[in-house]
Design a protein around this ligand. Sequence first.
Ligand SMILES: [Mg+2]
Length: 258
Amino acid sequence: MDSSCIQSASSPFDCIVFDLDDTLYSSKTGIGQALKRNIDDFLVERFGFPESQAPTLRAELFKIYGSSLVGLRSLGYDVDADDYHSVVHGRLPYDLIKPDAKLRNLLQTIKQRKIIFTNSDKIHAMKTLDRLGIKDCFEQIICLETMNPNLSKSTTPVVLKPSMEAMKIAVDVAGVDPRRTLFLDDNVKNVAAGKAVGLRTVLVGKAIKSKETDYALETIPNLVQVIPEIWFSEEDDQRISHTKNDVDSILSATAVGA
Ligand SMILES: [Mg+2]
C-alpha cells in the first residue's frame, strides 16, 4: 500500500504535489478567458449585476477573496456551489485542452507519489486531466470538495488555497512530510502559503525565483534542468545517469516531434 517504499532514498522528495490550472496546462489555451467570461455571466444571470460591471466585480472578488465563490459567500450572497460550477466550469470549451504526450512522458519518469491539489471542483479536475491524457498519472486529487465537505450549506465559509487551513488539510489528507514534498503552483500566494506549512515550493510560469519560493520554472518540462534531484536514486550513479538520460531522450524526442 505504501508507495513511498518504491521511492528512491537519495531523492530529497517523497511526493510531488501539483496545482492543475495554469500549472499543468497553460491558460493561453483560451480556457482562462472562457472561465472569466463564465464567472461574469454567472454574476449577471444569477444576481442581476450589470453586464458592464461584472468584469470589475469579478477581478475585485478574486483580488480580495481568491475566488468569486468565496467572495460572494463572504459578502452574504446565497450561492449554491453546484450551480456556480455548472455555469463557471460546466460551460467551458474543454476541447481547447489537448492531450499532452510530452507532459505524460515526463510524469511517468517521476517515481514518487504524485498528487493534484486544486481549488477547482472535482468534475473540472477530472475532465481537464482526462483531456490532457494524464488522469492515471496521479494517485490522489485534493480539490474543492476535499477542503469543503459541507459545501452545499451556503452558510459555511469556503476553504481554498492560499488559506493556511487549506494547506494543512492538503498535507494531512495526502499524509506527507511537508519537508520532503515538492509543491508546484502558478500562484505566488499559494506558493507562499505552501512554504509557510513547510513544503518545498516551486513557482510555475516564472523563470526567476523570489523569496516566497524555493524554485521557479517557466513550464513543467523545465523540472528536469531546475530540480534534477527528483530523479536521484539510491542505486549507483549508473542508474542515476540512466534515468536522467531517459528523461533527456524523452524531451528531445518530443521536441523533434513538436
Ligand atoms: Mg493555478
